[in-house]
Design a protein around this ligand. Sequence first.
Ligand code: KG4
Ligand code: ZN
Length: 339
Amino acid sequence: MDKKSIIILGIESSCDDTSAAVIIDAKVQSNIVANQEVHQSFGGVVPELASRAHQQNIVPVVNEALKVANINKEQIDAIAFTRGPGLMGSLLVGTSFAKSLSMGLDIPLIAVNHMKGHIMAHFIDEGQEFPQLPFLCLTVSGGHTQIIKINKDFDMQVLGETIDDAAGEAFDKSAKILGLTYPGGPIIDKYAELGNPHKFVFTKPRVGKLEFSFSGLKSNILQRIQIEVKNDSDFISKNIHDLCASIQYTIVSILLEKMDNAVQQEKITQIAIAGGVSANSGLRKALRAREKSHGWSVFIPKLEYCTDNAAMIAIEGFHKFKNKNFSDSGITAHARIKI
Ligand code: KG4
Ligand code: ZN
């Protein structure tokens, strides 16, 4: 290992995944994620259960990350942790763990904004091309849907966002209406593969050019399903592929339309996506098509860096480390922190 290399331990516990990662400079050595299956039958994340599961998982997950990276605690230069946004009970577990470990090892503590982490995942070095500044990023997760402009020095500016539900929620709530388990996004994606995206037509919102809205879509899907199920109780199972394909098509079309508007407004064609929904195959395919049809340069993270993970927290920590942007031990979690 290069003597001047920087080793960062990243910790992520904002929602229902407990994750720890080790990076050396911008290269990932380990990225361990413990998913919490306990929420599946509830149709969504239960905050108290999430917090308890983080408490159980955090020590083994961190130990595993160090073991896989072949690093011992004393070699770590700094600890980066997710300060927010997220569920308070979940954030507190990662925050207090990171604070005590940094105190015990007497190394710097670096607070990371979870959404910035999603965007910075593009700068994990795996030999790929990085987006050039300035670029536009569509961040789509379970809690956020935003178009961000990433300016010089990684200064981030929100150009537009959702006025109600996030894109991930739109997937998850639609899935719940169809009787699918949580999180429904990946299940809709899977069923959509074999379906006709034009079989069912759902409403698109009428909001500002760079704004999103998904609550009307949810009501529209619910009403349609209720009417159809009255006539045929097997309607959902008979049409599951077409329903999922049509729902996915509608959500992806809404996202793409807004990105088109942002590109037109900003005259920037370096386009990235980030957050859990960027794992969606329909969205990935539609963006790739824009490369050919619109001349965009599209940056799509590897699947493991789309959904919540600590490598993205560690890479943002690495950039902050280089600027000596450290936090003091009095720092607290912040559930609603903005980008
Ligand atoms: O970023 P993330 O892991 O956690 C948050 O910060 O919210 O995003 C989770 C969201 C969930 O709503 C999940 O259903 C959605 O990402 N998601 C997907 C896919 N994989 C995850 N949505 C659609 N298609 C997917 N393949
Ligand atoms: Zn996330």
